[in-house]
Design a protein around this ligand. Sequence first.
Ligand code: NAP
Length: 532
Amino acid sequence: MTATIPETTGLTGQMLIAGTPVRGTGTPIHALNPATGETLEPAYHYGDASNVDAACAAAAEAFPAYRATTAEARAQFLEAIAANIEAAKDAIIARATAESGLPTARITGEVGRTTGQLRLFAAVLREGSWNHAVIDPAQPDRQPAPRPDIRQRSIPLGPVAVFGASNFPLAFSVAGGDTASALAAGCPVVVKGHDAHPGTSELVGRAITDAVAASGLPAGTFSLLFGDGPDLGTALVTDPRIKAVGFTGSRSGGTALVAAAARRPEPIPVYAEMSSINPVFLLDGALATRGADLGKAFVASLTMGSGQFCTNPGLVIAVDGAGLDAFVTAARDALADAPATPMLTPGIATNYTTGVDALGKHAELVGRGQAAETECACHAALFTTDAATFLKSEALQDEIFGASSLIVRCKDAAEMRAVVDNIEGQLTATVHADESDFDAARDLLPTLELKAGRILFDGWPTGVEVNYAMVHGGPYPATSDSRSTSVGARAIERFLRPVCYQDVPKALLPSVLTDDNPDQLWRRIDGQLTRD
Ligand code: NAP
């Protein structure tokens, strides 16, 4: 069935290259409403190498002028994008809800998160510590040799390629965290939109394009392309004018892009956020006092958004006993009531079913959620195994994207430690602990620090705050570069690099490094932080 998009959205099915709508000449794709199976108009035609070339050429041409803008000008630009998204909110919410099958309330919340991220980076720009301004003044009388004047600051890398994520059609797509942090850093952005939500991508792309024009910025500051990942996506990452990449998606997609970037004559960084199963540790005291409550709360986190969160709790680890039995029983009962909700795309739904079937060959089924006949429905699943089996099978650590989780029963604390030592890098590690568990938790923490980007207590990993302290990252395979975060203020650092200026004449220094400190920035002078 083909539905007509309401006139108000005025979708054209075109890419946006440096401010100009461009109709691709390749394969046409349509978005699909995974909740109803409806095909959504209009068609989006894939772009080709000539479109990648045009977008990258424009980005490279825009870079000198864009990076020369003041932090205040870029902050106002980010705020203008946020305002444009808010002005188009009704159309964006209607289209994103139809394209994702996610509830309107979730998508409405995501609009708020997206505009909040843009405004957070505006605040980051104004606060100024992203400059990393450092001055070690000359010491002409130092013995045995004089010290030169050395000053350091951070500068943007250059044009950045961003791959929109399927599971956050707004907050991690066209104007999502990667785009916001790259634009804040002073980098033009070329987005490869995700096929799951091309209409949402066009609407948000327009909000950015309009803000570029209204802010008097070079048109090449932003482009939006559609196309096949291995073809157009690889062409984008290997274009010599692209200097860094932001990606969220599968391990296979992320590692393919890392490899493509590494093969370039000039290799570039790829910040890929990939797979994580987000272990949850239930310690004895917590299980004894609230095992059943934890079981219910766990299922709420597991099934939220059909489990399509990179922080979905896909692994639960505990020592066997009555507390764990109570947890499992409550989780099984809560799961039985969990309705089948749509997954984002037929492909993601198929991957989920394949993953659950494979897990069922290695682990014992505890319970399932409600089933549904629709193509994209997520039939939630919960499995259990013992620690000895888990330690022997790498397949039990594979991410199943969706509402599936595995409970690992350990004989004792020593076996739990062996499981912790064995798990791969993760975005999050969660601990449920009562005060009686603090010694065990203290033992666990140093290992969890080495395994995960975010450690949380007595909560659930789904739901990521966007602020100055957040880390959404972690060792491989959670990400391709554990030194960074893709959410929160420090995401800007991925697109900056340090430069130092030795004995550069004062008249030629950038203003953030001049002696008079015109912007009253916090700077490190001779080792001391000061605004003087
Ligand atoms: P994906 O297949 O990795 O695709 C993400 C983006 O990367 C798309 O634009 C895709 O383009 C592109 N891409 C994929 N493989 C590529 C390659 N070899 N070379 C160049 N570009 C490539 O992720 P998805 O479509 O969002 O979902 C598929 C699976 O990814 C899910 O079932 C799930 O397992 C996983 N996933 C994980 C997370 C997470 O947060 N951990 C989030 C989303 C998805 P094309 O669509 O044209 O291929």
